[in-house]
Write a protein that binds this ligand. Sequence first.
Ligand SMILES: Cc1cc2nc3c(=O)[nH]c(=O)nc-3n(C[C@H](O)[C@H](O)[C@H](O)COP(=O)(O)O)c2cc1C
Length: 246
Amino acid sequence: MKSNSVIELIQSHRSIRKFTSDSISSEQLEQIIESGRWAPTSHHVQAYSVIVVQDEEKKKKLAALAGNQSYVETCPVFFVICADFYRLKQTSTIHQQAFEIGEEEQVLVGAVDAALVAQNMLLAARSFNLGGVMIGGIRNDQEAVTELLDLPPYTFPVMGLCIGYPDQNPEQKPRLPKEAVVHSEQYDTKSLVEAIEEYDEVMKQYYYDRTKGKRSDTWSEQMASFLSTPKRPQVGEFLKKQGFLK
Ligand SMILES: Cc1cc2nc3c(=O)[nH]c(=O)nc-3n(C[C@H](O)[C@H](O)[C@H](O)COP(=O)(O)O)c2cc1C
């Protein structure tokens, strides 16, 4: 089937982590934000907020908090996309209703809403030949990010998003084969090991080529190592502090 510009944009995705010093225009910024606003949200709750960070000092602090990810500082605009039930607290107060956000469900709702907004924003940015990368590293210390950005209760930072003009041209990172991620009518576990092995070979070659032979680890090795230790055990306590997860 014939492709089109939207399909081409989506399927040519690569994260960009090196930016030129060019700034992005206020019209572009406006359109990126507007595109985020048009994301669908669960039950129309619109449980998200976007913090636009352009201040150099603030970006520097956020870069450090995200685990010294320098591109958070060097990108011209950094967005922090938050789950946000603070304004929903106001709607409950106005209408004198109980405000029930103690279930894990509300955390999922806020995180999903934020993620959809972020992806819309990234795609909108890419339509202007800008590039970017999402930053889960801002969850390393959500408490400090919350303090730095003055986030109110019933909110939490979900992810960051660096946007700017690309100063690198990385190859696309191969994805898992379709058979490993798409199932027809019911989940099929049978071909999984084979698909992982096939993908390991692809990724091994990808890393080998990209690092001129210095690196040749596989995806399954990486994932096994990634999941061998807890990642951010403090997240649950932080969410409770913000009014979630009673
Ligand atoms: C929610 C989310 C959080 C991410 N956090 C980071 C991050 O903190 N630092 C980083 O360099 N990349 C981050 N990434 C980018 C992923 O590493 C990247 O999407 C993945 O390796 C696939 O590469 P690609 O986007 O170039 O195809 C994140 C991506 C997502 C979706």
